[in-house]
Design a protein around this ligand. Structure first.
Ligand code: SF4
Length: 437
């Protein structure tokens, strides 16, 4: 038995306190357990988590779009051992309702307000609330440099300035721009309103979601703010953060362990899995720059300009039993053919099946696996009507023809998303099907 396993004598074994960890879900490569953190941990602790992924799982880790760590390839028995060993690490595990704050919150001197006090009060107030939907989520966003605008939330509070005062805009359902606007409230009223709404949703039954309360509310509309975690951020008190991430959200545990060891040697003391499948390391500017260099040399995404960061690909085949395609292989081909066109104006969505886990929102171009090959969807979700269906063997050639069309038709100053929207499904379909018998 390993040293990590022996630590179980100190374990807090309250099963059910953290459902994502104590009730792992079945996927194509076994059970998947999610480790959700409410705060940063040390690189050493992250390396310990990775070692547990190797001991108990298949050594493959995902970082989800919401910044949760997912450990894959578990059995019933090893999932239980993993839970005990993770709890023995005494990490700031999220218990109960998901109340999320941006990863730089409280350290970002550009934010209108630190969202932590509100998030803590909502967490505490909702602690004993029964009957909420299992995936219910609350976002509290202080309006700093890294926003959670893209994440879907049942209840969202966003800091706003109203004259000389700070208020909190309460939104229901959807992303920041698609959600219904409920009210702008003071901090105290924002907490009680959020808790009242959660009570209401709990009373409606565990299928009720924030969007059910937003039916007649006005929407902000427009484009979502674009923020990438793959950058170097100057924070308060001379602290810096650097965002790096594995390609297509998935990594071998040993690669993350090597990254954590490098961070530790550079004097970096904190790391947090964060939005867009990233890891944010906090330290001095030189240490962060050196770590970014190490990460880039070892295949991690370190820049917002990396085309791989603009592809949302689910784990696909063989990691998920619902997948009909190897999404990461398709993503690799797309990253090559579309490299200059992945300009951050949209996420190229590559989905192993119509469930569309990697990008639940519509996007300018989506590729979805089917039993017969691939469906191509424009301005929609993986479930929407495709403009073309192709064989998997035609993927690379089709991606190239579509890329050539966009490249040749793009107007000066036009981004790729706008060009795709202007071209429309008929022209995209013609390009996708051209050259085919
Ligand atoms: S979209 Fe489908 S294939 Fe991909 S992870 Fe979700 S369920 Fe699996």
């Amino acid at each position: 038995m390993t040293a990590l396993s022996l630590n179980r004598t100190t374990t807090d074994m309250r099963r059910g306190a953290c459902p994502a960890l104590s009730a792992p879900m079945m996927t194509g490569d076994g059970l998947l357990a999610r480790v959700a953190l409410t705060d940063a941990i040390s690189p050493r602790q992250l390396a310990d988590l990775c070692r547990l992924a190797r001991i108990h799982g298949n050594g493959i880790l995902d970082i989800s779009a919401r910044g949760n760590l997912q450990i894959r390839g578990l059995s019933e028995a090893s999932a239980s051992l993993l839970e005990g060993d993770v709890r023995a690490l005494n990490l700031p595990l999220r218990e109960g309702l998901a109340v999320e704050t941006p990863p730089l919150a409280g350290r970002d001197d550009t934010e209108i307000a630190d969202p932590h006090p509100i998030a803590d009060a909502i967490r505490l107030g909702a602690r004993d609330m029964a009957g909420l939907a299992p995936k219910m989520s609350v976002v509290v966003d202080g309006h700093g440099r890294l926003r959670l605008s893209h994440l879907l939330a049942d209840i969202r509070l966003v800091a706003v300035t109203t004259g000389d005062d700070i208020g909190w805009k309460l939104l229901l359902g959807g992303s920041e721009t698609s959600a219904g606007i409920f009210a702008v409230l003071s901090e105290a009223d924002a907490v009680s309103a959020a808790l009242d709404l959660l009570e209401k949703l709990a009373a409606m039954g565990n299928g009720a979601r924030g969007r059910d309360l937003a039916v007649n509310l006005p929407r902000e509309g427009g484009d979502l703010p674009t923020t990438s975690p793959f950058d170097l951020f100057a924070l308060a008190d001379g602290l810096h953060a650097v965002g790096v991430g594995p390609a297509f959200a998935q990594s071998k545990a040993e690669d993350v362990i090597a990254l954590c060891l490098a961070a530790e040697q550079l004097g970096i003391r904190l790391v947090k899995p964060a939005l867009d499948h990233s890891l944010l390391f906090f330290g001095g500017s030189r240490a962060c720059e050196a770590l970014a260099l190490f990460a880039a040399e070892n295949g991690f995404i370190t820049s917002a300009a990396d085309p791989r960061g603009h592809i949302a690909a689910c784990p696909g085949n063989p990691a998920c039993r619902s997948a009909t395609i190897a999404t990461h292989d398709v993503a690799g081909e797309a990253g090559g053919e579309w490299a200059d066109l992945l300009d951050g104006s949209f996420k190229l969505h590559i989905s192993g099946c119509p469930k569309g886990c990697a990008h639940p929102e519509p996007t300018a171009l989506a590729l979805c696996g089917t039993p017969a090959g691939l469906s191509l969807i424009a301005q929609g979700k993986a479930t929407d009507l495709p403009f073309a269906d192709i064989k998997i063997a035609d993927t690379k050639a089709t991606l190239r023809r579509l890329a050539d069309l966009v490249r040749s038709e793009k107007r000066a100053g036009e981004n790729s998303a706008a060009c795709l929207a202007r071209l429309g499904t008929d022209r995209l379909a013609a390009a996708a099907m051209s050259g085919r018998p």
